[in-house]
Design a protein around this ligand. Structure first.
Ligand code: FES
Ligand code: FES
Length: 330
């Protein structure tokens, strides 16, 4: 799908150009943008909560600039993963020119979507994309018209100036209660960081494309697929992997329950299943069949089947005194 548009922005071209290169300014103008951080010159990490028709998800991804012509325009490429919601890719050409005392901005964007997003129909998706573009430029215009540029936060000095040839990123995390700090390639996925840099191989990789859930870990209290998150994105956060779930003196109730209910055979999916189920138990929701099915819908098991797995999660919930919607303790 292609989106085109023209905006007349009430500001000088130099100010518009500066804002188009300022992650703090861009973040303010993207509705639902939770993070927009420089990874290096012309490269940004973005986390955006977006709703397209019935599909609502947090998309994480990267944005990079190409064919940069200072004060005249650039080509922008972005891609984001929204877990089971699917993925989106965008390539946009942005051109600036003077018009009176203002700046004319022309853009042409090609977007592609996959997964659930692709199933809801191109008309709905293109309508949502056009709406997002309109909201962005309306906010962008308001920001510049109000002289807000002087208030923009500067690009983080470290990210902008220290990116060496390999584009390293500093990752600082608390993993299973222990602080860790490493400098890794900016493109390193959280799952790679855990397995290769920290040796925590209990987190598995079954697909690398956000489909199997074998890589699920807890990040800041939420179950996330660590093949969908860059290690640099998680920096500053707290991660719990399957190795850190159990108390020092035994197994976690979920681990006991998977054993008790025969909820595994080869065990490949089990760490991800347990971490996803842990996310459900932490949420405080009633742990009934529907909630378990929803919590585990992004986790695939290729040998055990789901009946025993669901039984195990309910068993653990009872052992932990969590509501199961049954009102009966085993
Ligand atoms: S390895 Fe992450 S979802 Fe499959
Ligand atoms: S126990 Fe083998 S894939 Fe789930």
């Amino acid at each position: 799908m292609e989106i085109t548009g023209t905006q007349l922005i009430s500001a000088k071209r130099a100010a518009v150009w500066a804002a188009l290169n300022d992650p703090a300014a861009l973040q303010q103008c993207i509705q639902g943008c939770e993070r927009f951080e420089a990874m290096g010159p012309g490269q940004w990490l973005a986390v955006v909560m977006a709703a397209v028709g019935p599909v609502k998800a947090r998309f994480t991804g990267t944005v990079s600039l190409h064919d940069i012509e200072p004060l005249a325009g650039y080509r922008l490429r972005g891609q984001g993963q929204g877990g089971v919601a699917g993925f989106g890719q965008l390539e946009a050409r942005v051109r600036l020119s003077d018009e009176g005392g203002d700046t004319r901005l022309d853009y042409t964007a090609q977007a592609q979507v996959g997964g659930k997003l692709a199933q809801i129909g191109s008309r709905l998706v293109s309508g949502a994309a056009k709406k997002m573009a309109d909201q962005f430029f309306s906010a962008f215009n308001a920001l510049l018209s109000g002289g807000g540029l002087v208030a923009f936060a500067p690009v983080r000095a470290e990210a902008a100036s220290s990116a060496p040839d390999e584009e390293l990123a500093l990752v600082q995390l608390k993993v299973n209660g222990r602080p860790v700090e490493r400098r890794v390639e900016a493109r390193t996925l959280l799952v790679e960081f855990l397995r290769k840099d920290l040796g925590l191989t209990g987190t598995h990789v079954g697909c690398d494309t956000t489909q199997c859930g074998a890589c699920t870990v807890n990040l800041d209290g939420l179950a996330v697929k660590s093949c969908t998150v860059l290690a640099a994105q998680a920096s500053g956060g707290q991660v719990v992997t399957i190795e850190g779930l159990a108390p020092p003196d035994g197994l976690h109730p979920l681990q006991q329950a998977f054993n008790h209910c025969h909820a595994l055979q080869c065990g490949f999916c089990t760490p991800g299943m347990i971490m996803a189920a842990d996310g459900l138990l932490r949420s405080g929701c009633a742990v009934d069949d529907a909630a378990i099915e929803h919590a585990l819908e992004g986790n695939l098991c290729r040998c055990t089947g789901y009946v025993h797995i669901i039984d195990a999660v309910k068993h653990a919930a009872r052992q932990m005194g969590r509501p199961t919607g049954e009102g009966v303790a085993s």
